[in-house]
Structure formats: structure tokens, C-alpha cells
Design a protein around this ligand. Structure first.
Ligand SMILES: [Cu+2]
Length: 439
């Protein structure tokens, strides 16, 4: 874009805002319905941000207050949730916490101060129910990186040569059973393209590449491998881990992020893709191409591996904490899930004590794993399926079937905070409650 074009564009934005009596926002997200070509002959229509999927990669600076204009060009009320941000409830992007919706054909400005640093994201926070076009089934997702202030924009303490977002999504959902309980998908993408349809990730031998992987699927867990390479995991959900460690695969539930550095020392053309052949065939992969390498992208199935958050933690005696039990059970009365015996919207709020260490006890009595998410806070996993750990900080944690996971949080961000399963179909059918601060 030339300077003249920039000035012209700037002028029109200024004029539009002058009509509204406002100065231009730092970030503008315009929601509209548009066509996305995931691959040759594979075009879907969805609602997304700024006419692109994923939405724009947004880099914030920790502690620097920003204004975000959300312009809703659709006819439905919508909401942008800032996932992993410690910001107030009226801007967090959950109606249930008190953030005002952006009505159809309306706009709204949100002002907040991004923190803490790390790989975060933003996405729709709407109930979809049986409508598989809404909420996180749609194209409303994007990565947001909060950089530390005063480091010249290098958001990660580790040394790396390239910073590459890897954003997974599944498309064209349908009910795979007569009971409308199991959602399956016909298409998958990384960075908005099916495997082979987009630009490859271009690397050079000897480089250290930081992959920031985000699972933005509405309901599916994903496991990725890059044949010939391994992953040095340095952060989970954007938070530096206590003990960085090398693994052959990356495993992410909906909502989770993994930052991993890969040493590029196996020249060739590779498929960085889903371990599951069906999902990879549906498009879940991206080509990694070394400079000078030619040929068809190569895939090799990774060896079996047990993904375990505690690989990056430390065994440690935990200080005592205020216990907050959360019993997760299936229900047979139409609302599928219950927390402490009740399904949303009837769930009771649960309370934490301000200013101290509170221990959330996720007691999953169902026979299904759940990626549970807490808004506006980061928690530290302190016990995982019976084993003590520390130093792993997250905002989504997979609670395995018939298991208990304990996670501590310092209650330092008062106001209501939504707690829910990040599996959209579970959230929509009862698996949600509000966390409140005791007075
Ligand atoms: Cu769930």
C-alpha cells in the first residue's frame, strides 16, 4: 500500500468515526458472512472477522490499553471473547459475565489492558445448541499474542528465527448419530487452508522455528506430528512451562495452545499434520518445505506416545489452599451435563476467596474427557489424576474420564468468571457455571 492510499484509507476511517463522534480504534474486527475457499472446489460460507479465516493475527503489548471496535454486519447478536486475558468481566466477551452483546447491524467499542504475556486468542462466545453454524463452529477465531513491554516485540524468551502460527479448525459439521449428540466434520484446515492448498511453511536448515499451535476446533481434540522432527515445548496455553521438554507429537484439546520450538535439521518436504489419517485426509495439515527441497510432501506415522502435562511440571509439595469442589456428571434429563448436580442455566455459582490460593477440584465422574476452561484467570495444575505437580499454568485443562484434576488459582481478578467445557456441544448442553468472589 502506498502512503497516499494509506492516507486515503485513514481519512475514510476518520470520517466514518467522526460521524460516530469517536476516534479510530486500535483494532477493528468486522463480523460478516463470506465464502472461504479451504481448498480446490471446497468452499464454505461462514461468519468470520475482517473477511478472512482465521481472523487477523493481533499483537498487543502487555499493559498498553487498547480500544477494539467490533462491527457486526450480520443480523445476529455476537460477542468476541478474549481467551486467556485477565481483563474485567464487562469486556471479556461473555454475555453471562456481563459483557454487552454486539447486536446485529450494530457496533460496540471495548477498551481493555491486555495481560498477561503469551499466546492467547479470540473467538465467538455464543451458544450454538443444535445449530452447527454458530459459535466456535463458525470462522470466528484468531490468534492474539500479548508481547511483554520493552523488549522490542519479541514475545518469547526463547531464541528463534521464525514465529509461525498454526491454527486448527474443523468445518462442515454434521450430526453423526440419529440422537444429534455426536458432531463430526467433513473438512479441516490449518491457517484456513486444507493440507496442500495453502502456502507451505518455508524453512531453512539450521533454523529454530517457534510454532504457536492453537486448536480452534469447536469439539475435536487434535494430535500433530512433523516427521523427522521433534518439538521442544516451551509454553502451554501461552504460559512458560517449569521444565521445557522435547516430545514427538503435540496434543491439543479445543481451546488449548502449545508453543514449541523445532530445530530444522531434516531437509525435505514434509507434512506437518494430524496423526489421524481421516482428519489429515479432510485437510488437517500444512506442508513444511526446506529451501531447495523438492518433491511430494512426506508423511510418517509417529510412534505411540502418552501426552502428559506433567512432563513439563515439577513434583512439589503444594501449599494448602481453599478447596472448591466441582463435580462433573452426565444427566439423562435432556440437559446432558451437570456441575455440582445442576445444568446451566440452573447451575449454582461457585465461590473463591479473594487474594488467596484457591484449589479448584475438577471431579469428572463421566466416562468422557473434558477440556474445562476458566475465563479471566490462569490456574496452576497441582494434582493430575492422583499425581502432584507444579509449574504448569493453563486456562484449559483436559480432565480425563473418571479422574480428578486439581488446579490452584490466586483470586486476583474480581467479578464473575465463566467456567465451562470448551467442547462447544458440552458447553451448550449444561456444562457451564459462574465463578464468583466471596465478599
Ligand atoms: Cu466436555
Amino acid at each position: 500500500m502506498t502512503r497516499r492510499e494509506l492516507l486515503r484509507l485513514g481519512g475514510s476511517v476518520l470520517a466514518a468515526n467522526a460521524l460516530q463522534g469517536a476516534t479510530p480504534a486500535d483494532v477493528t474486527l468486522t463480523l460478516s458472512r463470506f465464502a472461504v475457499e479451504l481448498g480446490p472446489g471446497k468452499t464454505i460460507r461462514t461468519v468470520g472477522y475482517n473477511g478472512q479465516v482465521p481472523g487477523p493475527l493481533i499483537r498487543f503489548t502487555e499493559g498498553k490499553t487498547v480500544s477494539v471496535d467490533v462491527i457486526n454486519q450480520t443480523s445476529e447478536p455476537e460477542m468476541v471473547h478474549w481467551h486467556g486475558f485477565h481483563i474485567p468481566p464487562d469486556v471479556d466477551g461473555a454475555h453471562e459475565e456481563g459483557t454487552p452483546m454486539v447486536q446485529g447491524r450494530d457496533r460496540r467499542r471495548y477498551t481493555f489492558t491486555p495481560n498477561p504475556t503469551g499466546t492467547r486468542w479470540y473467538h465467538a462466545h455464543a451458544m450454538a445448541g443444535h445449530d452447527l453454524t454458530k459459535g466456535t463452529y463458525s470462522g470466528q477465531f484468531g490468534m492474539a499474542i500479548i508481547e511483554p513491554s520493552g523488549t522490542g516485540g519479541q514475545g518469547n524468551p526463547a531464541r528463534f528465527d521464525q514465529d509461525v502460527p498454526i491454527i486448527l479448525h474443523d468445518w462442515d459439521p454434521f450430526f453423526s448419530s440419529d440422537h444429534e449428540m455426536d458432531v463430526d466434520y467433513r473438512l479441516s484446515s490449518i491457517n484456513g487452508k486444507m493440507l496442500g492448498a495453502g502456502d507451505p511453511v518455508r524453512v531453512k536448515r539450521g533454523q529454530r522455528v517457534l510454532f504457536r499451535v492453537l486448536n480452534a476446533s469447536a469439539t475435536l481434540q487434535h494430535r500433530l506430528a512433523l516427521p523427522g522432527h521433534s518439538f521442544d515445548v516451551i509454553a502451554l496455553d501461552g504460559n512458560a512451562v517449569a521444565r521445557p521438554g522435547r516430545v514427538p507429537v503435540l496434543d491439543l484439546a479445543p481451546g488449548e495452545r502449545v508453543d514449541a520450538i523445532v530445530e530444522m535439521n531434516a531437509p525435505g518436504v514434509w507434512v506437518f499434520g494430524e496423526e489421524d489419517a481421516k482428519l489429515r485426509g479432510a485437510g488437517c495439515g500444512i506442508v513444511v518445505e526446506y529451501g531447495g527441497a523438492v518433491g511430494k510432501p512426506q508423511w510418517a506415522h509417529p510412534a505411540p506416545f502418552t501426552w502428559d502435562y506433567m512432563l513439563w511440571g515439577q513434583a512439589a509439595e503444594q501449599p494448602s489452599a481453599n478447596p472448591v469442589p466441582l463435580v462433573i456428571e452426565p444427566r439423562s434429563d435432556g440437559n446432558l451435563w451437570a456441575i455440582n448436580g445442576k445444568s446451566y442455566p440452573k447451575t449454582d455459582p461457585f465461590f473463591v476467596k479473594p487474594g488467596i490460593r484457591n484449589r479448584l477440584i475438577f471431579d469428572n465422574r463421566s466416562d468422557m474427557a473434558h477440556p474445562v476452561h476458566l475465563h479471566r484467570h490462569t490456574f496452576e495444575i497441582t494434582r493430575y489424576a492422583g499425581k502432584p505437580t507444579s509449574g504448569v499454568f493453563k486456562d484449559v485443562v483436559v480432565v480425563p474420564a473418571k479422574s480428578v484434576v486439581e488446579a490452584d488459582l490466586m483470586a486476583m481478578n474480581p467479578g464473575p468468571s465463566l467456567f465451562h467445557c470448551h467442547q462447544q456441544f458440552h458447553m451448550d448442553f449444561g456444562f457451564m457455571a459462574l465463578m464468583q468472589y466471596e465478599r
